[in-house]
Design a protein around this ligand. Sequence first.
Ligand code: ADP
Length: 237
Amino acid sequence: MVTMETLITGVEPPILKLDGIEKSYKEGEGTLPILKGCDFNLFAGEITALVAPSGAGKSTLLHITGLLEKPDKGEITLGGRACGKLDDKARTAIRRNDIGFVYQFHHLLPEFTAVENLMIPMMIAGVDKKEARKRGLELLAYMRLEKRASHTPAELSGGERQRVAIARAVANAPKVLLADEPTGNLDPKTSHYVFEALEALVRATGLAAIIATHNHELARRMDRRITLEDGKIIELE
Ligand code: ADP
């Protein structure tokens, strides 16, 4: 994307920018601060691992980044657009078009086939049915699932379901992929294979990704590693 900033500095601006994100939850009479001023820049093509102990605020950070929750303070800028003051309709549109989510549990629709699960978000975004099927089949082939296109989730293995969920997350060609322990429910071998497929897809599409994981071996393979310490984002070596 050529912006004024690119023209002047020759440097691409970050695809995702977090500035001073704060979030507390109510706890009895008081409040429980979780995020206490998170700053972060993510550039196109980068895969970042988010590694932190349970309860540190990883899911909260991903939900806020993905515009599913609002921060108490701070700004999220996606593709150069500040999202903090947008109304719910605009936030939903950005979530649908620019952000892909993968969760620990696949959340595929059980009554639909693998390819239909990919077609649905594309059709909601306005892609016609024929084109949605074509792109869905291409993405499944990329995930080496072409022979599973007409299977329902119940007819797929755990690793296959998660690969379909990953393909679905990128179906609308988002700018950023957010994954919350996407291989957390899988055995080590399957987890490795699913992560490889995820990495290949991110590399091929040039999108940026933040992947929360407990798996240090997977985290080491990513471009960057960050953690949450006392409610702040710290970059790890
Ligand atoms: P992680 O993903 O790192 O395990 P979470 O972001 O899920 O951490 O949670 C961080 C803390 O915030 C936890 O103590 C959790 O109990 C609390 N929390 C998360 N969501 C809510 C909520 N909706 N209401 C109250 N507390 C919450």
